[in-house]
Design a protein. Structure first.
Length: 253
């Protein structure tokens, strides 16, 4: 059996597998010091959250203890178990701290993403509102343009109707003049050769005679005027007749 620093161990300690009494006191002091150091290191890590540097010192101390003792005792084994337990606690603390930091990072990223999407949603809503306003303005402009086009079309139709009416009026005046010319020609044709002005006037003063002579001509002209008025009434969709242009009324006029 080897003892301190690899030297052989003799006497009663070697027989029972234990170190001598003098060395036993040194081992006890080292165990107590290492337990205190490891306990303090565990508290220091849990409070500050630093890297587990203290257990390394305890392990180094364990190695020095192993080198100073020929065979591990029950207290050394207990120290090893305590060190192992505290190492597990340190690993658990590291894992817990890592999870907390990761969770905080995830929460921060989630908040950032939510804020980004909220801002994008607000921006899209504002853009949609602006587009709706522009659409309404464009529809209003289109309606105004349609109204202006309808007004121009109505004005053009009115101008066309006025032109047609003026043309009809011109045709009516032309026919009226032709009728007057025909009447004058008929009156002149009543004059016989060799008769003087007095006889002509006396013949013209006879209404019955003039009426009988003018009736065919007036009937023909009245029929033309009646046909013209009927055509005009059909264009304007209102009934009109030429009764007021009868030969009797025209003759009386």
């Amino acid at each position: 059996m080897l003892g301190h620093r690899g030297r052989p161990c003799y006497g009663r300690a070697a027989k029972h597998g234990k170190p001598s009494g003098k060395r036993s006191y040194a081992v006890r002091g080292a165990i107590a010091a290492s337990s205190t150091a490891v306990g303090a290191s565990g508290v220091s890590f849990s409070a500050k959250g630093d890297s587990p540097s203290a257990p390394c010192g305890a392990l180094c101390m364990q190695s020095s203890i192993g080198s100073s003792v020929s065979e591990p005792s029950s207290k050394v084994e207990e120290l090893q178990r305590e060190i192992t337990r505290q190492m597990e606690e340190i690993k658990a603390l590291i894992k817990q701290n890592d999870n907390t930091e990761l969770r905080e990072n995830v929460d921060a990223m989630r908040r950032e993403v939510k804020d980004h999407f909220r801002q994008e949603s607000l921006r899209l809503e504002e853009r949609s509102r602006v587009l709706d306003e522009e659409k309404q303005k464009m529809e209003s402009r289109m309606r105004n343009q349609d109204k202006r086009v309808a007004a121009l079309e109505q004005e053009l139709e009115e101008q066309k109707q006025r032109a047609n009416s003026e043309r009809d009026e011109a045709e009516w005046l032309k026919m009226k003049k032709e009728l007057e010319v025909a009447r004058l020609k008929e009156q002149i044709s009543l004059k016989k050769p060799g008769e003087g002005l007095k006889e002509l006037l006396s013949s013209l003063s006879s209404k019955d005679r003039i009426r009988n002579k003018m009736r065919p001509v007036l009937r023909e002209q009245g029929q033309k005027i009646k046909d013209f008025l009927e055509k005009k009434a059909q264009k304007e969709n209102r009934p009109r007749t030429g009764e007021d242009m009868s030969p009797h009324k025209e003759d009386e006029r």
